[in-house]
Write a protein that binds this ligand. Structure first.
Ligand code: HEC
Ligand code: HEC
Length: 431
């Protein structure tokens, strides 16, 4: 793990981070598709949850965009906060190596390797794979077999993981964007819980995800990830360092053993844990610096409104989309002025909803198999695949795939005349 920034790279980063924000929805570079899933073997498939077929492979594209077209800091940061942003970005882009603790099993070598669409911190078409086993309706994350997350790569071929034969639920997860993440983090738990308690139309409920934050060890309202599985950016970063890159930290000090094989881990793991350690006198390790980058990253600005977009925005409210995709929430007070008492135009209630057939079948504390977090819709125009497993190649298909609590609203959408749908699309494409 290296955070040493040379003067030159600092200067380069400053100029690239601070340049004027002109967002062009140009075709983003694409990540290669994950390898094909090994066929599910053995056992009769459970009725619910289902194993989803892998989505069609995205077209091959050029390599990762490391710098980013859209990745400016929040406006109104102090010079010290800008410096944190720059050092954090360096960490977010930093490629881990075997010597710095990468692996022994991992999914990629840096945060930006997956988070790059539209700029450093964006989402991408990169999918990760989760698995588990349901017996008599009880979900087992198969920890002893290397679950619940598959690590696709390894520092040597003999350590590489496979989806174990015992798994009868396999689900893909698409990489989500991080633009504006600090604003989402700064929304008070109580604001999310208060909306959960409100009576909503169309039988829509929504439940705050209560999670244990690995950093503070406190019970918090989760808001990050497809299952709202984390409440803080440092907590998510610690999880990602371990589970995507194989870097242990003071929050997660045990390496993942290849498919749970501890003997193999002993052979493979040569770097002393925790790999992401605090240097003497420092208050932040690399994972905290990467969290700073996400925290200080600006949200994607909306396009200037046209009459068509305004019509679409009104429809979004009228047919009930806004019951879950709540247009804005407010942050509480934050030590970072730019995050304090701000309106966050995220288009999400950050609650878990029973999405019926759209659920991913994975039970992940605290979400049940069919429960998913309302996906924030800000920045939608920088995306190229939609829904948790990327099954939808267009926003239209993403809406039609809504089920469960969203069924009545989806049906209302399906009945809209073409001109209304066009207006709604124009609005969504302005976010
Ligand atoms: C192999 C690809 C991959 C790598 C590498 C990766 N991520 Fe992610 N990231 C994902 C995926 C997939 C998701 C959605 C995961 C989920 O919800 O289960 C995600 C989600 C997130 C989220 C939640 C955002 C939201 O929508 O609420 C954060 C925060 C995050 N990643 C941070 C990081 C950081 C920090 C790193 C580097 C330490 C990193 N990621 C590395 C694939 C990756
Ligand atoms: C009951 C709550 C609910 C309602 C009502 C609802 N949504 Fe959603 N929406 C969700 C959830 C939950 C997800 C994430 C689904 C998943 O996990 O794949 C989502 C995802 C999406 C996505 C994909 C975002 C992404 O990041 O891939 C779009 C686009 C979307 N919704 C638009 C709409 C529109 C337009 C309407 C109204 C016609 C609507 N939604 C109504 C809960 C809802």
């Amino acid at each position: 793990m290296k955070t040493a920034a040379t003067l030159l790279s600092l200067v380069l980063l400053v100029s690239s981070s601070l340049q004027a924000v002109a967002v062009t929805p140009a075709a983003p570079p694409l990540a290669g598709p994950p390898g094909p899933l090994p066929p599910k073997a053995g056992g009769t498939p459970p009725p619910v949850p289902r194993v989803h077929a892998p989505p069609p492979p995205p077209p091959a594209g050029p390599g990762h965009e490391k710098g980013g077209k859209f990745s400016p800091p929040l406006s109104g940061l102090s010079a010290a906060q800008i410096a944190d942003f720059i050092v954090g970005k360096e960490e977010f882009l930093n490629e881990e190596t075997e010597e710095s603790g990468l692996g022994p099993i991992f999914n990629d070598v840096s945060c930006v390797a997956c988070h790059f669409e539209g700029g450093a911190g964006g989402g991408s078409r990169t999918l990760v794979t989760r698995f588990g086993r349901v017996i008599n309706g009880v979900f087992d994350p198969l920890i002893e077999l290397g679950g619940p997350l598959l690590q696709r790569k390894a520092i040597a071929p003999e350590y590489r993981e496979v989806v174990p034969r015992e798994a009868n639920v396999v689900a893909h997860r698409l990489t989500t964007p991080l633009f504006g993440a600090g604003l989402i983090e700064a929304i008070p738990d109580a604001a999310i819980a208060a909306y959960a308690a409100k009576v909503k139309p169309d039988g829509i409920k929504g439940r705050a995800a209560i999670v244990s934050d690995p950093v503070s060890a406190m019970s918090r309202v989760g808001r990050f990830g497809w299952k709202a599985q984390h409440a803080t950016l440092d907590g998510f970063a610690a999880d990602a360092y371990l589970n995507e890159m194989g870097i242990t930290s003071r929050y997660f000090s045990n390496e993942n053993a290849p498919n749970g094989n501890q003997a193999l881990l002993k052979l493979a793991d040569k770097v002393l844990d925790p790999e992401d350690a605090l240097s003497v006198g420092a208050q932040k390790s690399d994972l905290n610096l990467a969290a700073d980058y996400m925290r200080l990253l600006a949200p994607v600005p909306r396009l200037p409104s046209t009459a068509l977009m305004k019509t679409g925005e009104a429809l979004f409210g009228q047919i009930g989309c806004a019951v879950c995709h709540v247009p804005s929430l407010k942050t509480g007070s934050s030590p970072i002025g730019a995050l304090s008492s701000q309106t966050v135009n995220l288009y999400s209630d950050l609650l878990l909803h029973d999405m019926g057939a759209l659920g991913d079948g994975i039970v992940q504390a605290p979400a049940m198999a069919q429960e998913m977090r309302t996906a924030p819709l800000w920045g939608l125009r920088l995306r190229s695949l939609y829904l948790h497993d990327g099954r939808a190649s267009t926003v239209h298909l993403a809406i039609l795939a809504h089920d469960g609590e969203a069924r009545a609203v989806r049906d209302r959408y399906a009945k809209l005349p073409p001109a209304s749908r066009e207006a709604l699309a124009a609005f969504l494409n302005s976010l």
